[in-house]
Design a protein around this ligand. Structure first.
Ligand code: S3P
Length: 425
């Protein structure tokens, strides 16, 4: 689907509710199916990715029912059954990596498949540590399809070279079914939704610095009201900062400190942002944000902040085109392994619309401030985050842009444009 985006000349104004967090929704669907009893999940994401997780847990024996538009009830007897068909993870790396950790320790065989993009993504990062635990896995040269012959697993102490919440969660979920205590150490702390939710469900889990320990545990059902996704809010945060005369309020934004790298960075860049109300629900912080159009200065983004804003880097690139000076992003090599090679994609597409951006091996350098010209057709590489980032860029281009493949926003944020329109009325 082609989407034409034109300059916004009035500014964005008003208040919107940010839809449910994708990472937390995945975990709620997956972990509820491991607990004996009925779990109630309010404000479950309507993105295609979390729905892939929910459907697979259904194939593995849990039953689920939407009791309203976005509340789902999941019932399980606490054990999973052999699926009668391959498990289709669609576009979702989180689904494939987390569920692999569970399937490795079951007493049946299963196969995980994915779409074209997911079938190209690296799975060695989970297959290697799972194999160390005793798992029996074959794959297409460490890519999907992944065939798992479930078996008894043993605990390991794993030192990960990557700060990846998907790898961490995979190993912790395998550890939940393994004999002994498993530990997972990462170079920097990645998002910790798995740890928070498993603890709330009664698992024997604890974190010390960047090491998390887990032992075999029974889970109790979950009751949760999922907060809004800061990764979805990020498009509005940036739009509010760069579209002149904007003043917006974003309600119910998840503010888990392992996810708030973007807030730290925009404050450093001089953004006018206020946290109006902050609260905690089921161990996760959330709050309302007020954002106003601001004069911005460049900054360097590197090291331990990278996992705290990894999904926001494409939209941060758009932001950096409007900041004075050189914004440098480094230590973000893993961006090349996302739904697309996000380094190459963002550099290629922002260059087309007039940004001064240079690709590096592990990031990019942007020289600002630039008046984006637009007047080009841009590609989103079947990547939802590219589609939304380019849309926001289109709001400040002199001439309209055409985004090809805009329907990919449905992966995480089907109502993205409707939300944007609410702020432009
Ligand atoms: C996620 C972890 C991150 C992130 C992805 C969601 C999760 O991936 O990019 O969108 O829910 O655990 P990595 O673990 O590969 O960094």
């Amino acid at each position: 689907m082609k989407k034409i985006v034109s300059k916004n000349t009035n500014g964005l104004n008003g208040c919107i509710e940010i839809p449910a967090d994708k990472s937390i929704s995945h975990r709620a669907a997956i972990f509820s199916a491991l607990a004996k009893g009925t779990s109630i999940i309010k404000n479950f994401s309507n993105g295609a990715d979390p729905l892939s997780s929910l459907k697979i847990m259904g194939q593995l024996g849990a039953s689920y029912e939407f009791v309203s538009d976005n509340s789902v009830k999941i019932t399980s007897n606490g054990s999973l059954k052999r699926p009668s068909a391959p498990l289709d993870c669609g576009n979702s790396g989180t689904t494939m990596r987390l569920i692999s950790g569970i399937l490795a320790g079951q007493n049946f065989k299963s196969t995980l498949i994915g779409d074209e993009s997911l079938s190209k993504r690296p799975m060695k990062r989970i297959i290697e540590p799972l194999t160390l635990m005793g798992a029996k896995i074959s794959s297409n040269n460490f890519k999907a399809p992944i065939n798992i012959s479930g078996c008894k697993l043993g605990a390991i102490d794993y030192n990960s070279r990557l700060a990846s919440a998907q790898v961490k969660s995979c190993i912790l979920l395998a550890g939940l079914h393994a004999n002994g205590e498993t530990s997972f150490t990462e170079p920097y702390l990645s998002r910790n939704h798995t740890e928070i939710m498993l603890e709330a469900m009664g698992a024997n889990i604890r974190t010390d610095n960047t090491t998390t320990f887990i032992q075999k545990s029974e889970l109790k059902p979950l009751e949760i009201n999922i907060c809004g996704d800061i990764s979805s809010a990020a498009y509005f945060i940036v739009a509010g900062l760069i579209v002149p005369n904007s003043d917006i309020i974003l309600k119910n934004v998840g503010l888990n400190p392992t996810r708030t790298g973007i807030i730290d960075i925009i404050k450093q860049m001089g953004a006018e942002i206020e946290i109006l109300d902050e609260y905690t629900f089921a161990g996760e912080n959330a709050g309302d944000l007020r954002i106003r159009a601001s004069e911005l200065k460049a900054c360097t983004i590197e090291k331990d902040i990278i996992p705290r804003l990894i999904d926001e880097l494409p939209i941060i690139a758009v932001l950096a085109t409007q900041a004075n000076g050189n914004t440098i992003v480094k230590d973000a090599q893993d961006l090349r392994n996302k739904e697309s090679d996000r380094i190459k994609a963002i550099v290629t597409e922002l260059s087309k619309i007039g940004a001064n951006i240079t690709e590096t091996e592990d990031g990019f350098i942007i020289q600002g401030k630039t008046q984006l010209s637009g007047d080009a057709e841009v590609e989103c590489y079947n990547d939802h985050r590219l589609a939304m980032s380019l849309y926001v860029a289109g709001l400040i281009c002199q001439k309209p842009i055409t985004i090809n493949g805009f329907e990919w926003v449905n992966i995480s944020f089907p109502t993205f444009e409707a939300h944007m329109n609410q702020l432009s009325e």
